[in-house]
Design a protein around this ligand. Structure first.
Ligand code: GH3
Ligand code: MG
Ligand code: MG
Ligand code: MG
Length: 313
């Protein structure tokens, strides 16, 4: 007796979903009009590995918050001449910084003050004089919780890479950094060629696995300082800090070589590899984020138009 021949089921190289690491260690802003307390908190927190900045008034605090990337704020409620409430209100009125976790430090142990602070958006309220170990534990927990949310908010669920929301924030951070200290930076927009055919031939689920695998390959092939994000669909974007467009061209080119020679879907009859097209642009002083992306997008369009499986810069 003869067994029926099994249907040729596609075998897919299983893509490990990359682990997302948010860059940088935690930076804390201590806002307090008491110089002794600022010095004390700076010393203790720095011993624990945090980066600490301090501000003694609202102007300084807002300037630091707008320019820097803080993961947590401690705010003294009793400040002179502006009260901590006014600063709290200013922070919560600013769309960009209102999301930074905040612990209020206060000498008032009145329910009314605590309720008011929580209602205004404070995340925790610690009475002065405080036990440093307890404050430190509260800071640790708040940072951890926020990190858990960031991992959800900034991650693409299919590939485990960063998502576009993260790219939008990170590119601003990088350009701000370069305005302070000039350096080179390039971005690459990457679009898988004829991806619709992969879906049409093997099905959408296999298409998903191919995207996971490809995302992982991008991640593994680039430096850890390069930011790889899923732009959407079968499109990816890479930020290459400290890289001019010629070096970016080389880096992406080696991935292009690797990808076209490694089968990504294998059935009994044949194996299928994918190719991609990429558009590369280098940041120049004066370029906005939008212009930088527009240039990469135009370069990608040229690469597609010239026949795909290639780059353009
Ligand atoms: P081109 O070389 O011009 O880029 O051709 P293409 O087929 O790659 O481009 P097109 O924009 O025509 O098709 C993109 C396809 O990618 C269509 C869409 O269904 C598919 N796609 C987008 N997101 C996903 C996804 O998350 N999973 C899967 N399986 N397919 C996706
Ligand atoms: Mg005070
Ligand atoms: Mg596309
Ligand atoms: Mg495509």
């Amino acid at each position: 007796e003869q067994e029926p021949a099994p249907a040729p089921a596609p075998v897919v190289i299983d893509g490990q979903v990359g682990h997302l690491e948010l860059p940088g260690s935690s930076r804390i802003l201590v806002i307090d009009d008491d110089a002794g307390l600022r010095a004390y908190l700076t010393e203790r927190l720095e011993l624990e590995g945090y980066m600490v900045d301090t501000a003694s008034n609202v102007q300084e605090a807002m300037r630091l918050l707008r320019g820097g990337n803080y993961q947590l704020i401690t705010l003294d409620l009793m400040m002179y001449p502006q009260s901590g409430y006014e600063i709290l209100q200013m922070i919560k009125n600013d769309q960009a910084i209102r999301v930074v976790p905040m612990i209020v430090l206060s000498g008032c142990n009145e329910t009314e003050d605590k309720v008011r602070c929580f209602d205004m958006g404070a995340d925790d309220y610690v009475i002065k004089p405080f036990d440093y170990e307890e404050l430190s534990a509260r800071i640790r927990r708040l940072l951890q919780r926020n990190r858990e949310y960031e991992l959800l908010a900034f991650r693409d669920p299919l590939t485990g890479l960063y998502n576009r929301r993260f790219f939008d924030i990170q590119i601003e951070v990088e350009l701000n950094r370069m305005n302070r200290k000039p350096a080179s930076l390039s971005i690459a927009l990457i679009d898988v060629d004829h991806f619709k055919m992969v879906n049409d031939t093997y099905g959408h689920q296999i298409g998903d696995l191919v995207l996971q695998h490809f995302g992982q390959l991008l991640r593994e092939s680039l430096r850890s300082s390069d930011i790889v994000a899923r732009w959407g669909g079968e499109e990816f974007v890479v930020i290459l800090p400290n890289t001019n467009d010629s070096d970016a061209y080389k880096a992406i080119g080696s991935i292009l070589q690797k990808v076209q020679h490694s089968p990504i879907v294998t059935t009994e009859e044949r194996s299928h590899s994918i190719t991609f097209s990429a558009g590369i642009s280098q940041w120049r002083p004066g370029l906005t984020v939008e212009q930088l992306i527009q240039r990469a997008d135009y370069a990608l369009y040229k690469a597609k138009h010239l026949g795909r499986n290639r780059m353009y810069k």
